[in-house]
Design a binder for this molecule. Structure first.
Ligand code: GRG
Length: 267
């Protein structure tokens, strides 16, 4: 199957399950459920849950065992975007071409929708990966990356390569890496494979954010220029793919294709 079809197909499956896991709009108090669903279903590539499912499949895992965790990682991602857009953070009026959650529903609803999404994610994820996910998104992970990014934006910190690397590995890389790792853990993969898939995730996570910086002409690109940034992203993709040699060739194919997709993506 061509990658494009694979991605569309996985997205469709993930959306079907997200619809099952999230409370319906008519559940009281409806406004919070409407707001949660608005952000989860307002587009999005579903890249993190796709990685969880792909890592599980590369490790011979069972779809039924991983789908709730895969969806929980997308729900965490949706939460992070809602809070990232808030006036106290990036103050963005639009996300994915539509009004951001606080613009559509008010600030207090957007904060609570984020809180409820994060809580829902921990309700549905497999208990075996709760600690890994909590560590990846807390103050030593995504939150830490967001703090330093906010300091850079609001407190005139001097931009430098180590600072950008910290932000990218924490704010973006940590959730992508744990999305990959969770798929391996829940498939009962041995420690060396779990570790390789986690490092794969860290590398594609870094490359993913560098490509985002190229789109936005900021961050890494602002420091080193577009051509260096692209080279650097390619290096991380190659490093990611090298980690997969511990998997049989047939099993690693989809992860290799997803790594290449990160470098070539246009959205
Ligand atoms: C604890 C998870 C957590 C968050 C609290 C608000 C915050 C702290 C962090 C913000 C993190 C953030 C917004 C990172 C940006 C990551 C990123 C590259 C977003 C774009 O991802 P895509 O391209 O988006 O996968 P789509 O629209 O396809 O879903």
């Amino acid at each position: 199957m061509k990658l494009e079809h694979y991605l569309d197909n996985q997205k469709e499956i993930i959306d079907k399950y997200l619809d099952i896991y999230l409370p319906k709009e008519d559940e009281y108090p409806g406004i919070i459920h409407e707001s949660m669903r608005y952000s989860v279903f307002a587009g999005g590539k579903r890249f993190r849950p796709i990685l969880t499912l792909a890592s599980a499949s590369a490790c011979g895992g069972d779809f039924d065992k991983v789908i709730s965790t895969a969806c929980s990682l997308e729900i965490i991602h949706a939460y992070s975007l809602i809070h990232d857009d808030l006036p106290a953070m990036d103050n963005d009026d639009y996300r994915r071409g539509q009004l951001s959650n606080h613009k559509k529903y008010s600030e207090y609803i957007a904060i609570l929708a984020g809180d409820a999404l994060l809580t829902k994610a921990f309700e549905i994820m497999d208990k075996e990966v709760v600690v890994d996910v909590a560590k990846a998104i807390g103050s030593l992970g995504v939150v830490g990356g967001q703090v330093v990014d906010m300091q850079l934006a609001k407190e005139n910190l001097e931009i430098s390569l180590p600072l950008i690397e910290y932000i990218h590995t924490h704010k973006t890389g940590a959730l992508i890496a744990v999305s990959c790792k969770a798929g391996a853990v829940l498939s009962g993969a041995p420690g060396n494979i779990v570790n390789a898939i986690k490092i794969y995730g860290e590398n594609i996570g870094f490359a993913f954010q560098i490509i985002d910086d190229i789109f936005d002409n900021d961050g890494y690109t602002a420091l080193v220029g577009e051509s260096e940034a692209r080279k650097s992203a390619m290096n991380f993709i190659e490093r990611a793919k090298k980690e997969l040699v511990c998997l049989p060739k047939k099993n690693r194919e989809i992860l290799v294709e997803l790594a290449d997709y990160v470098a070539s993506r246009t959205e």
